[in-house]
Design a protein around this ligand. Structure first.
Ligand SMILES: Nc1ncnc2c1ncn2[C@@H]1O[C@H](COP(=O)(O)OP(=O)(O)OP(=O)(O)O)[C@@H](O)[C@H]1O
Ligand SMILES: [Mg+2]
Length: 457
């Protein structure tokens, strides 16, 4: 249903159009002259305006102009009784969507009206999408469109309203901190502090005072009273980053605080109540740490009420191009450059890259490319030399590969090579699977099996 405004001084025409639109399920408002038409425009927005041009008093051109000013996205169709094409052309010039010369038959105007309404619908839809994107930008800039990320978004929404502890798992650079921030930003605690403490970066003997604070004189160097992170984050959220690296002794103390919701400063006997939502993050396999006795099981269960797992970037390829554009926009803005596109070849290379450093690596890469680019497009020249470009042999001689210094993930790499070559074979054969299988030297059966296995069918 659309809201339509009909402006015409001629009663029979108003009635005629009113009935026509009502029959099509729209909501119609009529105005008997231009003045009334303009007034209605000031009162509400319409999806379509149809106005006569020659009317006593305010001319239809004025209605058109006002509507263009107030609602540039509302299509206006003008009607003219005289075959005065000049005025009609004039109207088109200042932004009318189309014109009818009276008299007209309904089936003549139907198509134009449908098109105008369709365009309007698209514009509105687009606007809603943009608004949603901007909103998403507000939730700490966490973006993604892969199934995995959509699940993460929905988890964030669901846990944000509670105060349960959340455990975020994921390799380095997958966005754990950003997820923690998003949870905080979407929770009722958003106006209270969000603090991060990196448990791996602080020496064991300082961690306790860092977390819980200390009294003056509690230990050598404690010259004044100092509140810890828990108290500083009161009412808000505390992210215990790299929690997997927390020493055993501290784990016991942390567990007590989580159970009692009270902290005791180093060198003090009193306990102070704190209201803090705790989010823990780690790139270790925390369950393994528990099994191997390096992480307390009771603390693990206390932290792991809800677990959000961020898959490595290479397992969510549909996020790559989205993120690349996101970072391009971010750094182009920062550097004051007007670069707005990425060449398809660059995106292809990005898709082939293993991204062991995950989103952080992609971000750094895009920052570098944006800094280097002098044109308004990111091209291969802006990628590090040799980036993502591997020629493979034909599989008959030596593979000629080199094991990276810090090792690799063999299964993931082999899947990736398989996926890549299958994609290229399909591309080269225009999607013909039999030919693609031939090109890869495998049977059609085996080809189909691989498509299934790699979730490519
Ligand atoms: N989904 C995403 N959308 C936008 N930016 C992201 C996303 N994921 C990560 N980033 C960006 O990538 C960088 C790394 O993210 P973050 O610091 O949250 O990762 P991490 O998992 O905490 O890494 P580490 O384990 O190394 O601490 C940040 O600059 C972050 O803004
Ligand atoms: Mg982090």
């Amino acid at each position: 249903m659309s809201r339509i405004l009909v402006v015409d001084d001629e009663l029979s025409m108003r009635e005629f159009l009113e009935i026509f639109f009502l029959q099509h399920g729209h909501e119609v408002t009529v105005a008997a002259d231009g003045t009334e038409g303009v007034q209605l425009l000031h009162e509400q927005e319409f999806d379509l305006v149809i106005t006569d041009l020659r009317m006593p008093g305010t001319h239809g051109m004025v209605v058109l102009r006002r509507c263009r000013e107030l609602y540039p996205e509302t299509p206006v169709i003008v009607m003219t009784a005289y075959a005065s094409t000049n005025t009609a052309i004039e109207a088109i010039k200042i932004g009318a969507y189309d014109y009818f010369s009276k008299p007209f038959k309904l089936d003549e105007i139907q198509v134009v009206i449908d098109k105008a309404l369709e365009r309007r619908r698209l514009v509105v839809e687009n606007r809603a999408l943009r608004a949603r994107l901007e909103q998403r930008g507000n939730t700490s800039g966490l973006i993604g469109r892969s199934r995995a990320m959509k699940e993460v978004f929905s988890m964030i929404r669901r846990v944000a309203s509670t105060r349960t502890n959340v455990l975020i798992l994921g390799a380095s650079g997958t966005g754990k901190e950003l997820v923690a921030r998003a949870i905080h930003d979407q929770s009722e605690r958003r106006n209270k502090p969000f603090l991060v403490i990196n448990c791996a970066a602080i020496p064991e003997n300082l961690l306790e005072s860092e977390l819980f604070g200390h009294r003056k004189g509690a230990f050598t160097g404690a010259h004044t009273d100092r509140v810890g992170m828990f108290q500083a984050a009161n009412g808000g959220t505390l992210l215990l980053d790299e929690v997997g690296d927390m020493p055993m002794g501290m784990q016991a103390k942390l567990l007590r605080v989580l159970q009692e919701r009270k902290v005791k400063q180093v060198g003090d006997l009193r306990e102070v109540p704190v209201d803090v939502r705790v989010i823990a993050a780690t790139n270790r396999e925390l369950a393994d740490e528990v099994n191997e006795g390096r992480f307390r099981e009771d603390l693990y269960y206390r932290l792991n009420v809800i677990c959000i797992e961020l898959p490595p970037l290479r397992d969510r390829p549909s996020d790559i191009s989205l993120l690349a554009h996101h970072f391009l926009k971010k750094y182009a803005g920062e550097f004051g450059k007007s670069i707005d596109s990425i060449q398809p070849e660059v995106l292809q290379r990005l898709h082939r890259h293993p991204f062991n450093g995950n989103v952080r690596e992609l971000e750094n890469l895009m920052e570098r490319a944006t800094a280097l680019a002098e044109e308004n497009e990111i091209s291969l020249a802006h990628l590090p030399p040799g980036f993502g470009h591997h020629q493979v042999g034909t599989g008959t001689g030596n593979a000629d590969v080199e094991l990276p210094l810090d090792g690799l993930n063999l299964d993931a790499l082999i899947n990736q090579i398989e996926r890549d070559l299958i994609e290229q074979a399909l591309q080269r054969t225009g999607g013909r699977k039999k030919d693609a299988a031939n090109l890869l030297g495998i049977t059609f059966r085996s080809f189909r099996y691989r498509l299934d296995k790699l979730d490519m069918s």
